[in-house]
Design a protein. Sequence first.
Length: 264
Amino acid sequence: MPRLWRKPVAVGLLLAEIGSLLLTGCRNPGQSTLPPSAVPSAPHALPPLSKGDLYADETVPTSEIPIEAGDTLEVVIRRGAGEEKYSSFVRENGSVSVGFMEVDVGGVTVAEAERRVQDAARPFMREPRAQIALKKKLLKIKRVFVFGDVKKPGMVPMVRNMTVLQALAAVDNFHETALLEEIRVVRGGDFTKPHILTADLARVFTYGDLSRNITLEENDVIYVPREHLGDAKEAALKMMPIVQVAMMPLYPALLIPAFMTFRP
């Protein structure tokens, strides 16, 4: 081999070796390197995530929302042809004043609160009928969480009957390196025993098969993994400026012989 070519070839081989080592070290950022034995058998119990009141596509409280301290109740008690109206504030202990009556309504639904008000009023009124309108102090929107190879990871307000596909659309979709066949959905309030489901959106885009497009529940955590080809692509993009700078001094050595051997 001519001496002129030895140095470029040696440097090229060295850069190729460095690139091979970098690509070999690439891994999915959501994949743990710890062995299964490193996971404790009895993990520390975490409190369950709080529940929301409304879905993102709702505008008024539903009948299933529990009454909490700080809420306001608009109470109407009808007896015969007459009626009495009260506006009552729910105190910290969950009780509310309806006229001269004290009724415990903390943590119950509107329907149950109406029954309790009627029971409290029955010794003083004949066949009372209570109707309650709930005005929440603060409405909390139900949500899910999306992480991984998506464009805008984070919390997503949850609409009723939300699916994994809808959640990904809410975070401006996924990157081209996303592994859509193995999307993980972590479910369950008990984080010591999570329930893990697998969604496959590749079936949706390839065959129109929606059978693995999972319907979500409140506080679900969706993780979209990245294929290893995406890791290699990211490493290559980071390496290209380094390779270009390293190759610049070699350009004359590669180009001059080509011009010297050229014959018209």
